[in-house]
Design a binder for this molecule. Structure first.
Ligand code: C5P
Length: 199
């Protein structure tokens, strides 16, 4: 059975938390696509070559989660050659037997426009900065400034800019608990696939 859940939204809005919860509840394979762009930037050298030659080890580096790695990722992510080098892998993953969930910036709009479920998860920049500062440390004002800069770059680029797919369900997590956000996302999956239970 093929069933794709596409989750897009800005950094630290709660995409990963929701994606992991859905993956566990429904037994879907999960791909954090931001990690691909982070790994490309961390690899150095020519970014398109780095994207074409990305390996499992590149994705297992322990320095990919930092604020600096996120900023560097958003720079290489603006390159059309990098994006196209990563497209096939993501599309194949989306068709994993048993269902797949991918989170990123262009999953519902470009990578999987036919996804059965599309979510756009967002939240105020201030709340996102507090969450990210708690996760990775750093000065709150600086984290907020970096998130805003990254949002602007991701939303303003010519190729695959961050925006909600027309048919995406919007989940604003600013005033939601994790449980409430996951419940909304689960309901969206169940609406498309009521008989789904975790095998
Ligand atoms: O989600 P994460 O913060 O790890 O993503 C890092 C960067 O990778 C984003 O700011 C964005 O520029 C880029 N990205 C993207 N498309 C995706 C996932 C991430 O352009 N599908």
């Amino acid at each position: 059975m093929e069933f794709t859940v596409a989750i897009d939204g800005p950094a630290a809005a709660g995409k990963g938390t929701i994606a992991r919860a859905l993956a566990q509840r429904f037994g879907f394979a999960y791909l954090d696509t931001g990690l691909l762009y982070r790994a490309v930037a961390a690899k150095g050298g020519d970014p398109v070559q780095a994207a074409l030659g990305l390996t499992a080890e590149d994705l297992a580096r322990d320095d990919l989660r930092s604020l600096a790695a996120g900023q560097a990722a958003s720079r290489v992510a603006a390159l059309a050659g990098v994006r196209s080098a990563l497209t096939d892998f993501q599309r194949r993953f989306a068709r994993t037997a048993g269902g797949a969930i991918l989170d990123g910036r262009d999953i519902g709009t470009v990578i999987c426009p036919m996804a059965e479920v599309k979510l756009y998860v967002t939240s105020s920049a201030e709340v996102r900065a507090v969450r990210r500062a708690r996760e990775v440390g750093g000065d709150l004002a600086q984290v907020l400034a970096q998130l805003r800069e990254r949002d602007a770059r991701d939303m303003g680029r010519a190729d695959a800019p961050l925006r909600p797919a027309q048919d995406a369900l919007l989940i604003d997590t600013t005033d939601l608990t994790i449980e409430q956000a996951v419940a909304l996302a689960s309901a969206a999956v169940l609406a498309r696939f009521p008989e789904r239970t975790n095998p």
